[in-house]
Design a protein around this ligand. Structure first.
Ligand SMILES: Cc1cc2nc3c(=O)[nH]c(=O)nc-3n(C[C@H](O)[C@H](O)[C@H](O)COP(=O)(O)O)c2cc1C
Length: 432
């Protein structure tokens, strides 16, 4: 199901906010997305951009992914794990919606690329999925924020040693790259995953839901046919300053010299919908956090029965997790803490709870900490660990991974304690 069909379904269920008043992509769009964070929004009247619409928030809820893939929220982890374990080669079609309009005379200023914050380095594409081909590992899909610096130029944030950066390093004349915007939820989710090298994220997407592909107009790349907009071009070896721009943490990321993406052709639908991902908004958080849950789940499951993992949004959907287990022995919760850190190396704080605690409810997690946890007995501190570079409080060491102190909280009922005293009184039991 393409993004616009998905958005139409949200509309049919009265879940879509239509914004019909004139709104400028410069700051105004971002302000309104932030006001509606968590809700799907469609901007239908963009000042200066007739013919364009702009969507946000259509993957701001976990349920959106479930709906797109056809599963419950609880089944998401197993669906993602299965798709990585059994990727399915996507079909190729010859005529695609994303190529209804083909523009050789590139002018990015005709696209409603938002400016999010006055301190930003410029207008930013935030929901663009870059499709590239690596001669050793094959096709790779990944997100790269792109700052517009000219009519046909953007500068990308290309994190070192990941798929795009590695492939780019193997080229002399620039890496052919197609940036696809306005993608279906399941393709966005697959692109946000980090399967083992050599696993094609498009095949992961097709294992989640049908994902037709089409040959790009000017590049030797097969791309998602259902995109709304595609920028074809080359990731050059020319560098420019990228940033500042807000990070996932909601704090400002600084500037770096990064590769310039030279756009040579634009293709889009006749009435295109631009997708804008608010930095540190719930869409951004979902895409970052949800793909880490299966990797934590897999590690914890190696040592104890794991019944759920939740990367929590208040922990930036990156630094905090709650893990639900059925302990079988006195050390299981502590071993689950260590396993969770192995499953997501950027994780900083983790809380382990029993199955009667709802890991999707922050109040329930805090209740477990309040009533089952003693710091001298149940707190695990791991000093000087490799950490996320996104954490402003981590120790940054130039040229190396940042370092942090990690903390695990065992908020399970103490082993062999009389359980009755720890169970929550329920008022929902029907009376006789
Ligand atoms: C919403 C979102 C935004 C991201 N932005 C960037 C970015 O600007 N630059 C970057 O290098 N990686 C970014 N990432 C991470 C890449 O997508 C990540 O490198 C990729 O999933 C890793 O897989 P790979 O090694 O197969 O490329 C982002 C991820 C998400 C989910």
């Amino acid at each position: 199901m393409d993004a616009r069909t998905f958005i139409a379904k949200l509309d049919a269920a009265s879940e879509l906010q239509h914004i019909t008043t004139a709104v400028s992509p410069t700051f105004e769009v971002a302000r309104l997305i932030a006001q509606h964070d968590g809700q799907p929004v469609l901007f239908e009247n963009l000042t200066g951009f007739p013919g364009w619409r702009l969507a946000a928030g259509y993957i701001a809820q976990r349920a959106h992914f479930g709906r797109a893939i056809g599963c419950t929220i609880g089944e998401l982890i197993s669906k993602m794990s299965n798709a990585v374990a059994h990727p399915a080669s996507p079909p190729k079609i010859s005529e695609a919606p994303c190529q209804q309009v083909v523009i050789g005379d590139v002018d990015l200023t005709r696209i409603p690329i938002p400016r999010y914050h006055p301190l930003d380095g410029g207008p930013y594409i935030t929901a663009g999925v870059a499709v590239i081909y690596d001669p050793d590992y094959g096709r790779n899909l990944s997100f790269h924020r792109l700052m517009q610096i000219g009519k046909d130029r953007l500068v990308g944030r290309i994190v070192e040693q990941r798929g795009t950066h590695t492939a780019w390093g193997k080229t002399d004349d620039g890496l052919p790259m197609a940036v696809c915007i306005g993608l279906p939820p399941h393709v966005l989710l697959a692109a946000a995953m980090s399967p083992p090298k050599g696993v094609d994220e498009m095949a992961v997407a097709h294992a989640l839901a049908p994902t037709p592909t089409v040959r790009a107009k000017t590049l030797p790349l097969d791309i998602p046919a259902e995109a709304e907009l595609v920028l074809e071009g080359y990731l050059t070896h020319e560098l420019a300053t990228e940033g500042p721009f807000p990070d996932l943490t909601g704090t400002m990321d600084g500037t770096r010299k990064q590769p310039i993406f030279h756009v040579t052709t634009i293709t889009h639908r006749k009435d295109p919908i631009f997708h804008a991902l608010l930095p540190a908004g719930l869409e951004h958080k979902n895409l970052m956090g949800i793909p880490r849950e299966p990797t934590i789940y897999a590690e914890v499951s190696k040592i104890v029965k794991c019944t759920g993992v939740r990367i929590t949004p208040a922990g930036c959907s990156w630094l905090h997790a709650a893990v639900q287990i059925i302990p079988q022995g006195p050390e299981d919760a502590r071993r689950a803490i260590e396993a969770a850190f192995r499953g997501h190396t950027s994780l900083k704080h983790v809380v382990v709870v029993d199955t009667d605690v709802d890991i999707h409810n922050p109040a329930d997690i805090e209740w477990a900490i309040a009533t089952r946890f003693q710091a001298d007995r149940d707190l695990m501190i791991l000093e000087d660990q490799p950490s996320s570079s996104l954490d402003p409080s981590a120790r940054q060491i130039p040229g190396q991974k940042a370092r942090t102190t990690k903390m695990g909280l065992d908020a399970t009922i103490p082993w062999r304690a009389a359980r009755e005293g720890y169970l929550r009184v329920r008022y929902d039991t029907p009376s006789d």
